[in-house]
Design a protein around this ligand. Structure first.
Ligand SMILES: Cc1cc2nc3c(=O)[nH]c(=O)nc-3n(C[C@H](O)[C@H](O)[C@H](O)COP(=O)(O)OP(=O)(O)OC[C@H]3O[C@@H](n4cnc5c(N)ncnc54)[C@H](O)[C@@H]3O)c2cc1C
Length: 418
């Protein structure tokens, strides 16, 4: 039986970071708020963030630099970020007894290193402000009347509310509940949805020998992306080898561009193991070193220079006998080692899909949303916040900050004109 329940000022759909902040802020300003979450608990994805430590935000840049990091859509965030940016979310958590600390490259984490503490802090904030939290509440759609949403349809009942804030997230990591439901409703309501694609994802590599490097991590690796024999761009950072290919912050941040390049043909990732030396400098260095160590065999000489896994791979690819003494190494063999050290090439098979991606690129088109309020320009009582929007950033706390800023603004705007 479908029956309507009591009316709320604001109904927030989706209990992720954006939805929780929107609900809490609207309630703090006096609105009667209901938060609807289809999982049995709130913030399932939030608990996974930062490997369970939650990289809350990013403090190493001002508003302008933050916006630049988000690419062409970044300027949409200007009002929301200026009103409630990294300093404000750090202050919010501090006031709610969760102090934060700054780590390398401006990444901010709770001092407790616990995403669970972050979630508990926000849930306390919701309870303190009397937000009605309904879990196991899968929203199916809306009741629509006179260009306004009058109700939110659940399986067994309809909830009526004056304002709706849509915070259903994207399609990345669907086991957490983010299955892209908000995109379909937005389209039905007349909004444009920019095709959602997986972003911040690891990359599968064609060459099977990449598996030999599984588990290896290079802290300051340098890679170049190549297409049609033209260098497209360069990335630097931590690279991690997996059983299927490449991962780690370096690859995850490059994955968006790799995906774009793949639309035009195959992509090669070139890893430089000695970026500070040119080919001829490295060759000269090895000529000298081989002369001085001519009695050593190749496997022992390179042990000090390279990790065992890389060394084994280079010997495998060059087919050089590991016990060969350095003074018996031919010029051709030496040159083939130099070429691999300067340019180890991986052919991209694919960027991994939504199952493994950290975020979704694409989403509800920003031109149809007022950046000063997060209100829809099409449906007057509908607001958006978080990853459902066509807005995303690199790793380092940018994506959660998008949620905090847009969630806070949407909650405030929806509560204000009651
Ligand atoms: C493994 C991993 C690690 C990450 N680490 C970081 C990090 O350290 N720092 C960072 O900045 N970002 C990180 N991110 C990204 C960040 O988690 C997301 O950007 C953020 O969670 C998006 O928040 P959201 O509220 O918009 O959506 P979500 O967190 O996806 O929440 C949406 C909620 O809506 C609910 N929902 C969906 N459909 C319905 C429906 N029909 N009815 C009711 N409820 C519904 C879902 O169940 C879900 O709980 C990470 C992501 C992943 C996957």
């Amino acid at each position: 039986m479908n029956r309507s329940t009591k009316k709320f000022d604001v109904a927030v759909i989706g209990g992720g970071p954006a939805g929780m902040l929107a609900a809490g802020r609207a309630a703090e300003l006096g609105a009667k708020v209901v938060l609807l979450e289809k999982n049995s608990t709130l913030g399932k994805k939030l608990l996974l963030t930062g490997n369970g430590r939650c990289n809350l935000t990013q403090i190493d840049c001002d508003v302008k630099e933050f916006i630049e990091k988000l690419g062409k859509n970044g300027k949409f965030l200007f009002s929301a970020l200026s009103a409630f940016g990294p300093n404000e979310i750090i202050e919010f958590f501090a006031q709610n007894n969760l102090p934060a600390k700054i780590e390398k490259n401006g990444r901010v984490f709770p001092v407790s290193d616990s995403a669970k503490n972050v979630l508990l802090t926000i849930v306390n904030y919701l309870e303190k402000n009397d937000v009605k939290i309904i879990t196991d509440a899968k929203v199916l759609g809306f009741v629509f009347a006179k260009n306004k949403i009058s109700g939110v349809r659940l399986v067994k009942k309809t909830i009526s509310a004056d304002k709706i804030i849509l915070c259903t997230g994207g399609k990345a990591f669907p086991i957490t509940g983010s299955t892209g439901d908000g995109y379909a409703w937005s389209k039905e309501l007349g909004h444009t949805v920019i095709a959602p694609t997986p972003a911040l994802a690891p990359v599968k590599i064609q060459e099977m020998w990449v598996r030999d490097l599984q588990g290896l991590s290079l802290q300051e690796a340098k890679i170049s992306l190549w297409q049609n024999e033209k260098k497209q761009c360069v990335f630097q950072g931590e690279l991690i080898f997996t059983h299927f290919g490449l991962s780690g912050p370096l690859i995850i941040n490059a994955s968006k561009i790799i995906n774009t390049l793949l639309r035009n043909g195959s992509v090669i990732i070139e890893l430089e193991l000695f970026p500070e030396l040119t080919v001829s400098e490295l060759d000269k260095k090895l000529i000298l070193a081989f002369r001085e160590n001519n009695k050593k065999d190749i496997k022992n000489y390179f042990k000090e220079m390279l990790s065992q896994k890389i060394l084994n791979l280079i010997l495998k690819l060059t087919k050089i006998d590991p016990d060969k003494k350095l003074n018996f190494l031919t010029k051709k063999e030496r040159r083939s080692i130099v070429m691999l050290l300067k340019s180890l090439k991986f052919t991209v098979a694919e960027v991994m899909g939504f199952e493994q991606a950290m975020i979704t690129s694409g989403g509800v088109a920003l031109k149809e949303i007022d950046p000063k309020t997060m209100r829809s320009k099409i449906i007057e009582n509908l607001y958006f916040a978080g990853e459902v929007l066509d807005l995303d950033g690199p790793t380092g706390g940018y994506n959660l900050q998008i949620c905090w800023s847009t969630g806070h603004l949407a909650g405030e705007s929806a509560a204000k004109i009651i």
